[in-house]
Design a protein around this ligand. Structure first.
Ligand SMILES: NC(=O)c1ccc[n+]([C@@H]2O[C@H](COP(=O)([O-])OP(=O)(O)OC[C@H]3O[C@@H](n4cnc5c(N)ncnc54)[C@H](O)[C@@H]3O)[C@@H](O)[C@H]2O)c1
Length: 432
């Protein structure tokens, strides 16, 4: 049964945002928040800052999200990061080449002050980065204790009231879900035995959950979404969300496919290819890491098109996704889609999309929304996978295994849950 939110506690005090990985995505997010705070830019793409919700039944005019539910103020966010490279957030942002140097220089003091804690590194999961700033290789339990210490230190030194952990580290080599991931007891036993099927992303998530810190997985790696950790999130009464931010090509796919289906147009094939030249692309150049990304990119279409219900339209759909590392483009990636659609009497047609996007510019506002909404969910007593946050992900982690990919359906779930948290009737229940 769906969990009922309780009236959210006030968003008082500092909210610590602890981020695993200080790369293109997280530095664009952190620098962006600081820039918005100082009036140097607008939070475009962040629903918590610019979105509207339908008002309560007695006054249905749209209201800003932050008026409907109590969100933490951007001024109350404090940032901590882990990385396996020693660069401060300023240095890492300069190297990422997403934001203009001029803007970064205006924010330099604040960004330079955010120095990464040493990361938990396992070369079996990321092969393409030479880690120079990591904890010595030691057992899983010792690693968890190190993460606990960093969290405790941050809480004390920055005067933190509540925290949210975001996983924004490099995509890890594909690790399927096996028996040890399926149950908390088995997972903890495997933890004690230093089982190599437990990845760093799982360790960070485990440590945070035990401290009742909400965890959001922005990457395709299996982390907080494994059944053992979902079980822990339910037991510890902590909300979690993931996996892999829906930013460029998949965002367009989940806007377009529901539209074609709404008009019962057939789709014979959907071929998607991408080039990207940032470090994420370099890591994905490793076939094992690419497998994690491909799995999450392929998830959407089947869920939307329901070939079982529409075998004549989508039963034979061929879906291919390619990603190529192409350094000259940096973070400004380009994606092409060729969609072979089928109309009246089976006549074929084609749609071509060429999307020149900026990956981290699309991702940063989602990281902000997820930080504020995961904290809101925690203050509203919600726990476990938060299906209503599916809007943000390529491969949403959900409670009953039934994913929704259609962007407008996801947006409705998002709005309905915010109405419930606000104590209003959801839209669909109006007048009932
Ligand atoms: N950039 C985007 O817009 C975007 C969009 C959707 C999803 N993602 C996903 O988010 C993740 C980060 O993307 P990015 O573009 O910032 O990549 P990036 O390569 O720029 O940054 C990743 C950072 O993680 C660090 N890291 C690697 N292993 C670590 C560990 N064990 N502990 C601590 N730090 C570690 C790396 O040193 C690096 O600084 C990737 O999985 C990517 O697929 C990114």
């Amino acid at each position: 049964m769906r969990q009922k939110p309780s009236p959210p506690a006030a968003a008082a005090g500092r909210l610590g945002v602890v981020v695993v990985g200080a790369g293109s995505l997280s530095t664009s997010f952190i620098a962006g928040v600081l820039a918005v705070r100082r009036g140097l830019g607008k939070a475009i793409g962040a629903l918590t800052q610019l979105g509207l919700l339908a008002g309560p039944p007695e006054c249905p005019s749209p209201v800003p999200v932050g008026q409907a539910v109590p969100l933490s103020s951007l001024n109350d966010l404090a940032f901590g990061v882990w990385d396996i490279l020693p660069d401060s957030v300023y240095r890492a942002a300069v190297k990422a080449r997403v934001l203009d140097r001029e803007l970064l220089d205006e924010l330099r003091d604040e960004l330079d002050a955010i120095r990464p804690w040493k990361g938990i590194f396992d070369p079996r999961y990321v092969h393409r980065i030479q880690a120079t700033h990591c904890r010595p290789r030691q057992g899983h339990r010792a690693n968890v204790a190190e993460i606990d210490r960093d969290l405790g230190f941050f809480r004390e030194s920055a005067g933190i009231e509540r925290m949210v952990l975001l996983n924004a580290a490099s995509t890890e080599a594909y690790q399927g879900i096996e028996e040890i991931h399926s149950d908390l007891k088995l997972f903890e036993r495997a933890l004690g035995a230093d089982d190599e099927r437990i990845s760093p992303a799982m360790l960070y998530s485990y440590a945070a959950l035990r401290q009742r810190i909400p965890v959001v997985n922005l990457t395709p790696s299996h982390a907080v979404d494994i059944p053992a950790l979902l079980q822990l999130s339910e037991e510890m009464k902590v909300p979690v969300a993931g996996r892999d931010l829906k930013t460029g090509q998949t965002l367009l796919k989940t806007i377009l496919a529901p539209g074609l289906k709404a008009r019962v147009l057939g789709i014979a094939g959907w071929y998607s290819t991408n080039i990207l030249g940032n470090r994420d692309g370099e890591v994905l150049d490793d076939p094992q890491c690419l497998k994690s990304k491909e799995e999450s990119k392929l998830a959407a279409l089947k869920g939307i098109l329901e070939p079982d219900l529409f075998p004549e339209l989508y039963g034979d759909l061929v879906h291919r996704v390619r990603i190529d590392y192409y350094p000259p483009r940096g973070d400004n990636k380009e994606s092409w889609d060729n969609i072979d659609i089928v109309g009246w009497l089976g006549y074929p047609m084609q749609i071509k999309i060429d999307f020149l996007c900026r990956d981290s510019i699309l991702a940063a506002p989602l990281a902000l929304d997820l930080t504020l909404l995961a904290d809101l969910a925690a203050r509203s007593g919600l726990r476990g996978a938060q299906d209503w946050l599916s809007l943000y992900f390529k491969n949403p982690t959900v409670k009953n295994g039934r994913q929704v990919h259609d962007l407008l359906a996801q947006r409705q779930m998002w709005e309905d849950e915010l109405h419930r948290i606000a104590g209003w009737k959801p839209n669909g229940a109006r007048g009932a």
